[in-house]
Each structure stands twice: as C-alpha cells, then as structure tokens.
Unconditional design. Structure first.
Length: 278
C-alpha cells in the first residue's frame, strides 16, 4: 500500500505511466519498485488519513496476490492496487452488471433505471455503479431497496465522499455491500479538485472491466458515461443502451455505438439475450 502511494507521489504519475512501468517489469508488485523505508513512511501517512476519516475497516487487493480480479487486466491501463471496504466476495459475483448514466437524469431516465434495476435483481445480478448523482445513485438505491447486492466504484479515495449528499449511502455500501476505490489517498490530498476530477473517468474503465456488461440508461453527447462505453467495447464487454437513448433526437452517440456492437434494450429480455443468448 505504501509503495503504491509513493509511486503516485512521483512527478507526472498517472494510471498510464504506472501501468507502463509494470508492463516493463512483468511479475513485479509495487513494493518491488520502492525502497522499504519509503514505502513504510507512505503507508503510515496514508493510514493516518484513514484513521482521521474514521471510516472503519478496509482492505487492499494487489495485482500478483490472491483475490485480485484478473478481469481488471482487460483494461488498457490496469490498476495495480485497489482499496476496498465491505464484502470483497461480491467482486467475484458470477453475474454482475454496471448501470451508469447522467448525473442530471430526467424523470424518465430515473423511472427506467428503477424498473431495469429491479428486474436485474430479480434475475440474480449484482449491480455495480459509480455513486454519482442521478442514474448511478438510482441504480444503487433501487438495488438495495429490493434486497440485491451492490458494488460502488468511486472516483475518490475511500476516505472521501462525493457527492457529499451520498455520504450515508457510501457508508451503508461500505458496511453492507462493497465499496471499491483505486484512487491514491496521499496524491488526492495534495491536489486540488480540478486535477482530482480526472480520477473519475479512470474509475469508469475499472468498473467496466470488473463487470460482465455495462448498461447506459441515459447520457448526453458529452457525458463522461461515454468513457465507460468506449472502455466496454475495448475490453470486449457487452454494452447495452436503453431504447430511450436511441429515440432522443438531441444525441447521436447511440447509433455510433450500435455500429460498434452495442445492443439496444427495450426490455430485460434484450439483456438476457445479449448475455446468455436466451
């Protein structure tokens, strides 16, 4: 953990640069790259932040060690370490699907997300989303309300909460379900929000790799959600887009992704067919 944090404190550190470093040293783990004393110092500094945040128990998963999800290696620049809170076994769910979309969701988008999430829970899927306002929050809260399992992949460290109004929801997921973050604690604290916002699109790539498929419920032409759409195609994951997106004359992206293999969803049967062929 301390070694990972130290790597992120280096000048111009990024997921791409760190991934390139490990590609050049197959089989290496973060502690192979950093002096032990420096790693210990960074670990203690990160732990101090965690204690101050009073978030409770947490764990890490490191590439090369047991229980690291090998599906994450399908990402273009896969992460070497994840922080988590809660039931890690949910990360190994045989049936998991991400539901993502606009932060400023329409009433129609909210309603359709609620209905689809309920149906997916009935079919035994673990629901994965990003804890953003709008579609993400709707998917997670609906899944919890219907007794389903959820995973939230956040764009901040586990010590932080965004948006602030989801603090209680994040704490509930960390306690009763699974919360995952790939964001380095010390680097995040040393940067301003303008720089830290770039962690959010990176978590979408991880969210896609972690799941069987992604469903886009609603998104504008410039939505960050489309980063996950691109990632799903690159990672050979199924990409589903709700029919209402295709019927929206203000956007053209659904047709572009249909040409790349995205599946149009009118009801739950389209998802079942897309995933299971039945």
């Amino acid at each position: 953990m301390g070694a990972y944090e130290h790597l992120w404190l280096q000048n111009k550190a990024s997921f791409k640069r760190i991934a390139e470093m490990f590609r050049a040293s197959p089989g290496a783990i973060p502690s192979d790259m950093v002096d032990h004393a420096i790693a210990e110092e960074c670990a203690e500094a990160a732990l101090a932040v965690i204690r101050e945040a009073n978030i409770g128990r947490f764990g890490v998963r490191v590439h090369g060690a047991s229980q690291y999800p090998l599906s994450l290696r399908d990402a273009v620049d896969p992460v070497e370490l994840l922080y988590f809170q809660g039931a890690w076994e949910l990360a190994e769910s045989p049936k998991s699907i991400a539901i993502v979309g606009s932060r400023k969701a329409s009433k129609e988008g909210i309603t359709k997300t609620q209905k689809l999430t309920e149906q997916l829970i009935e079919h035994g899927y673990t629901i994965v989303s990003g804890l953003a306002a709008g579609i993400d929050t709707t998917a997670l809260t609906t899944a919890i309300a219907y007794g389903g399992n959820v995973i939230a992949v956040i764009g901040t460290p586990i010590t932080d909460f965004y948006p602030k109004e989801n603090r209680e929801l994040q704490a509930q997921i960390a306690a009763e379900h699974l919360l995952i973050s790939q964001v380095p604690i010390l680097r995040y604290r040393r940067q301003n929000w303008r720089v830290n916002r770039f962690f959010f699109p990176e978590r979408n790539k991880t969210m896609s790799a972690l799941t069987q498929a992604t469903v886009i419920a609603e998104a504008s032409e410039t939505s960050g959600t489309l980063i996950q759409a691109r990632a799903a195609i690159q990672q050979n994951r199924k990409l589903f887009i709700l029919n209402s997106c295709y019927e929206n004359p203000a956007i053209t992206w659904p047709a572009k992704y249909a040409e790349k293999g995205a599946i149009r969803v009118k009801d739950i049967e389209d998802i079942k067919w897309g995933l299971d062929g039945v």
